[in-house]
Design a binder for this molecule. Sequence first.
Ligand SMILES: CC(C)(COP(=O)(O)OP(=O)(O)OC[C@H]1O[C@@H](n2cnc3c(N)ncnc32)[C@H](O)[C@@H]1OP(=O)(O)O)[C@@H](O)C(=O)NCCC(=O)NCCS
Length: 132
Amino acid sequence: MKLIGTKVCKKSDLGIHNNLFGGTMLSWIDEAAVAFCSEVCFTPNLVTLKLDEVIFKEPVKENNLIKIYGQVMFFGNTTITLNVEARKFNVYTHEEKLVTTTKLVFVRIDDDGSAIPIAKHVKEKYPELNRK
Ligand SMILES: CC(C)(COP(=O)(O)OP(=O)(O)OC[C@H]1O[C@@H](n2cnc3c(N)ncnc32)[C@H](O)[C@@H]1OP(=O)(O)O)[C@@H](O)C(=O)NCCC(=O)NCCS
């Protein structure tokens, strides 16, 4: 998997139990994922269609460093599916602990917001993934 984003959990990111607020983690994942998919697909015109089941397996506390990793899983006609992992990174030991894993689907859209095909040259770079 490729590193697609790094975040620091700030005090303002915490929920009432002093763990990272889950919705903030979703926002971090969505943002890192769409940025990466835009790069892969050579277009900024992608919208989030779907987020798979998300399970928060480890608490994230203030000052924890979160690394977000992504890997392209599939191309459909108009969609790209990405596997994502968020891992807690220990700066002292460089150990990583899985916090969250999920899958996201983005759709390429035109100026009117309608789905349009992912560019052919993009899919040609991933011949092993050209099916859903
Ligand atoms: C994304 C959007 C343009 C797709 O419109 P649509 O009319 O469903 O488009 P299509 O029917 O052509 O489907 C487009 C793709 O989505 C896939 N799709 C549609 N509904 C799906 C579902 N429930 N689950 C999985 N895939 C789905 C289709 O299979 C198709 O994939 P493919 O082209 O790779 O085969 C439209 O749903 C939309 O604008 N959604 C809002 C997006 C948004 O604002 N996201 C931000 C989060 S709030």
